[in-house]
Design a protein around this ligand. Structure first.
Ligand code: NAD
Length: 484
């Protein structure tokens, strides 16, 4: 089937203003299976104008929180109805097994929409006692207003779920949006916009402009009518966005990369830790921001744990994820394949030893063997850089203090996992680790009510939970003079 995807602006489908298109390539076969519109500055202008009209007296601006909540509930129902279709769209675009998005991304997205339906009616202001105004009493209160038009810039690894994290919260807050999906994965965002139209959202509230980051993404960041940029992606792009948006005083939320530690103590349940580390390394071919790619293991169990993890890696059946029995597909794109192999070679060159996997040279398709390094130290590139592939680096420690120091010796701080049966130690280590989220005996739990985001190079701001919706509002204070 050849897909011909266009922008979705103001409720209608549009080609790029200059007619250019981007090929969509299947990572299993390396064949072109369709194309999407290559958005231009003009396309962004049109989409932002549609979004802005809805805020300035449009039908959307007339709805109250309860009405916005009803629309979000309807959208949740429609996403649930189309779960298989949406999971297939995301899976096919990046060569992932559809089982993962069906079990993880879609339920999480639906839960986010349902939670946001409730938040929409709870964005309350405050009344604030004051000293009055030059001797006259006053009443001061605040209201929460939508921040405005949001530019939502999304990566390719979990396209629908990450789009919904932004969409659910910003719609609850009463904002409108121009979504820029990744150039590799525009399908599910476009379908989501169509579902929103079916749910009854006024045309122009949700717009999708497909295309490249340095064209569409940049135009959104520079657009004077875009009030906030909500970005998920690489630190390199995040840095550029922060720079551009900073000059224009735009609000910015940045969800960036990670190099998350999994700390395995000698008193951990061996089997649970092994399963959790394998999941954290190999889910979505390791293309997960919270991937637990640094395995810090107590020296007394390191050999046994490394051997078991290597067995788990070798046991992963890599191939076309649509075939029965296949657990891991290819990485999403050629650039990612080259990057992962480059890092594997770098690990070897810098003196780490392979326990499983290695550089991959498949005949066709961007398949990478699950790879585990040992005899590594935390200064190596494979321990410091986000590889974004199924590659784990095992590093040993002798004491809790050393484990914490290793965990924190990273420019990233997105997530961490602590594996131990000692509850006091678990909380002590969780408190000491510098990360936005710590799992104790579980890798990267996600929930619509939990905040998500990182410290250091992993980003600025949090998505998720009620505070995630509040982040799409501005607090305005109103003071009225009350002469007696
Ligand atoms: P990327 O930064 O290359 O692209 C992300 C999005 O930004 C794409 O839509 C891209 O077109 C756009 N973009 C790129 N350059 C831009 C620019 N200069 N201005 C505006 N937009 C631009 O990242 P990617 O390769 O798509 O995704 C992988 C990265 O995303 C990894 O670093 C991963 O850790 C991170 N990520 C983070 C989270 C999180 O929640 N913290 C979740 C998923 C992925």
């Amino acid at each position: 089937m050849t897909e011909h995807l266009n922008h979705f602006i103001g409720g209608a489908s549009f080609e790029a203003s200059d007619g250019r298109r981007i090929n969509l390539v299947n990572p299993v076969t390396e064949q072109v299976y369709g194309s999407s519109a290559q958005g231009t500055t003009e396309d962004v202008d049109r989409a932002v104008a549609a979004a802005h009209r809805q805020l300035e007296g449009g039908a959307w601006s007339q709805l109250d929180g309860a009405q916005r909540g009803q629309l979000l509930s309807k959208l949740a129902d429609l996403v649930e109805r189309d779960t298989e279709l949406l999971a297939d769209m995301d899976a096919n675009a990046i060569g992932r097994s559809p089982i993962e998005p069906r079990r993880m991304d879609l339920p999480n997205a639906i839960a986010n929409l349902r939670a946001a339906a409730g938040w929409a009616n709870q964005l309350e202001g405050r009344t604030i006692p004051t000293g009055g105004y030059f001797g006259t009493k006053t009443l001061s209160y605040t209201v929460r207003e939508p921040v405005g038009v949001v530019g939502a810039i999304v990566p390719w690894n979990s396209p629908l779920m990450i789009t919904v994290w932004k969409l659910a919260a910003l719609l609850a807050a009463g904002c409108t949006v121009v979504i820029k999906p990744s150039e590799e994965t525009p399908q599910s965002a476009l379908h989501l916009a169509v579902l929103a139209q079916e749910a009854g959202f006024p045309d122009g509230v949700i717009n999708v402009v497909t295309g490249y980051g340095n064209e569409v993404g940049r135009a959104l960041c520079e657009h004077p009518l875009v009030a906030k940029i909500s970005f998920t992606g690489s630190p390199e792009a995040g840095r550029e966005i922060q720079r551009t948006a900073g000059v224009l005083f735009k609000r910015v939320a940045l969800e960036l990369g990670g190099k998350s530690p999994q700390i395995v103590f000698d008193d951990a349940s061996f089997e649970d830790a092994l399963r959790g580390c394998a999941l954290g390394l190999f889910a979505n071919q390791g293309q997960v921001c919270a991937a637990g790619s640094r395995i810090l293991v107590h020296r007394s169990i390191a050999d046994r744990f490394g051997a078991a993890l290597a067995d788990a890696a070798e046991a992963v059946n890599v191939g076309d994820p649509r075939q029965p029995g296949v657990q891991m597909g290819p990485v999403a794109k050629k650039a990612q394949f080259d990057r992962v192999n480059r890092y594997i070679q770098l690990g070897i060159d810098q003196g780490a030893s392979l326990l499983a996997g290695g550089v991959s040279t498949p005949e066709r398709g961007w398949f990478v063997r699950p790879t585990i390094f040992t005899n590594a130290n935390n200064a190596m590139a494979i321990a410091q850089d986000e590889i974004f592939g199924p590659v784990g680096t095992l590093i040993t420690f002798d004491s809790e203090e050393e484990a914490i120091a290793l965990a924190n010796d990273s420019s990233y701080g997105l997530a961490a996992t602590v594996w131990t049966t000692d509850l006091v130690r678990a909380h002590r280590v969780a408190a000491a680790v510098k990360a936005g989220a710590v799992g104790i005996n579980c890798w990267s739990p996600l929930d619509a009510n939990l905040p998500w985001g990182g410290v250091k190079t992993s980003g600025i701001g949090r998505e998720g939970g009620f505070a995630g919706a509040v982040a799409y509002t501005e607090e305005k204070v109103i003071t009225v003079l009350l002469p007696s």
